[in-house]
Design a protein around this ligand. Structure first.
Ligand code: ZN
Length: 437
């Protein structure tokens, strides 16, 4: 595979605009609509339904939640909150309710962020039955009447949890896994950006004439979805997956950030660290203790899928996080999406071609007779040769391409280019596994 110009930033952005309005939660039709929109790009996407009440590791799939409308009005009919205007207005998994409530009672069900008075907070209550609304703190002054009409037309009943899965076979059955979650309502960076990147990476991979590894993309409700998937497929994933990535918060233009796997030191960790080292000016490195997403399931003891997150602004660290301020065009831009796409393309291109080169020559090879050494030796003329020899010197069957790049201080794309040259001149052989010492 070769990275190509693949103009995706604006196409990804348009796709995110399309799926923006769906009222997603961990179950229900918002997730299904999102998966159907993904299927327009990936027609082979398989949508699996797991019934409410089924086991998902230590969890149980809850009842399915759907909502058609919800509002709070004055008794004279003035609508003060309407979920049709913004789906963050309703607390996720609110139970149905229709009645007149006092101001005091209503305020017990209203959530705001005092510190960010202009935004609507994102609030859910998946496992405790309640109802509630979310509004900007500054809007509280509008609730000056004694009584209000509250109407929540929701349904909370046995149904199913939906997971989208797309697999692209390679020549090897070993896999690279991408997972992203699709359970948040309308928020851009912490939600839609990961879906957009996953879809367009999958589209790009599908167009490549060849690839070595099998690629698996999962679109699932965060935590309960990964637990559900792992309940059924963990043995397969444990055996096959060599690298895994949780795609989230990849749409802004801020500093890159990295959250490692639980054990650290996996191929996923090594590849991401190399990219950050060689392709970014600065980056933020978090620890496993800073996690907060599906890696908690995938990397849990006994499961240990080598999952890491390569993000821009990490979830939980930016002001707009989990609020109505996390909007397309504000926290997420076409440029940010394109940059993430380019970085991930670099990552998976290097991973797909990774291996353990081993020299076929005893001693340092004579490059001159292969036309690889300048025939006129003058100060500075052999700088490129030095780099070439440094890379070659680590081709001992024990170092993979990322290790070699790290040791020779050469980025992985240049290492790949040199490997092509070495193979052409019969200097090295690239093995799938480290050679026996
Ligand atoms: Zn979130």
């Amino acid at each position: 595979m070769n990275p190509t110009e693949f103009p995706t930033g604006s196409s990804m952005f348009s796709f995110l605009e399309e799926i923006w309005p769906y009222c997603r939660s961990i179950t229900g039709n918002g997730v299904r609509s999102t998966l159907q929109a993904i299927k327009q790009h990936l027609p082979d996407l398989r949508i699996h339904e797991f019934p409410s009440g089924s086991s998902a590791l230590d969890w149980t799939i809850p009842d399915e939640w759907n909502i058609s409308r919800a509002s709070v009005s004055t008794l004279s009919g003035e609508v003060l909150i309407d979920v049709a205007a913004n789906n963050l207005h309703i607390v996720g998994y609110s139970v149905p309710f229709n009645g007149i409530v006092s101001r005091v009672e209503l305020l017990e069900h209203i959530h705001t962020l005092k510190d960010q008075p202009d935004v609507i907070p994102y609030v859910t209550s998946y496992y405790k039955k309640r109802w509630g609304f979310c509004v900007p703190h500054r809007d509280l002054v509008r609730f000056s009447d004694e009584y209000y009409h509250v109407q929540i037309d929701s349904r909370l009943e046995p149904g199913s949890l939906s997971i989208g899965e797309w697999v692209l076979p390679g020549t090897s059955s070993r896999e690279i896994l991408f997972s992203t979650y699709c359970c948040h309502p309308s928020m851009a960076n912490d939600q839609l950006s990961g879906i957009g990147l996953a879809v367009f990476l999958a589209c790009w991979l599908r167009e490549q004439p060849e690839r070595r590894y099998t690629y698996r993309f999962l679109f699932l409700p965060e935590m309960i979805g990964s637990a559900t998937y792992l309940e059924h497929h963990r043995e397969w994933l444990k055996e096959k997956v060599i690298a895994a990535f949780n795609l989230t918060c990849v749409g802004d233009e801020h500093t890159w950030s990295y959250l490692p796997s639980r054990s650290g030191g996996t191929l996923s960790d090594k590849a991401v660290q190399h990219l950050l080292d060689f392709y970014t000016q600065e980056s933020q490195h978090y620890t496993w203790n800073d996690r907060g997403s599906d890696e908690s399931m995938f990397c849990a003891p006994g499961i240990d899928i080598p999952m890491v997150s390569l993000m821009r602004s990490k979830y939980g660290t930016f002001d707009a996080y989990h609020t109505s301020a996390d909007r397309l065009g504000e926290t997420v831009t076409a440029k940010g999406l394109q940059e993430s796409f380019d970085m991930y393309l670099r990552l998976l291109t290097a991973l797909d071609q990774n291996g353990y080169p081993i020299t076929k020559i005893l001693g340092e090879p004579q490059l001159g007779k292969r036309g690889l050494y300048p025939d006129l030796s003058i100060k500075g003329s052999t700088d490129g040769v030095k780099q070439l020899l440094n890379v070659l010197s680590y081709c001992d069957g024990q170092h993979d391409l990322f290790d070699i790049g790290n040791k020779a201080r050469v980025n992985v794309e240049e290492v790949l280019a040199l490997m092509e040259l070495f193979v052409k001149h019969d200097l090295v052989e690239i093995c799938d596994e480290p050679s026996k010492k």
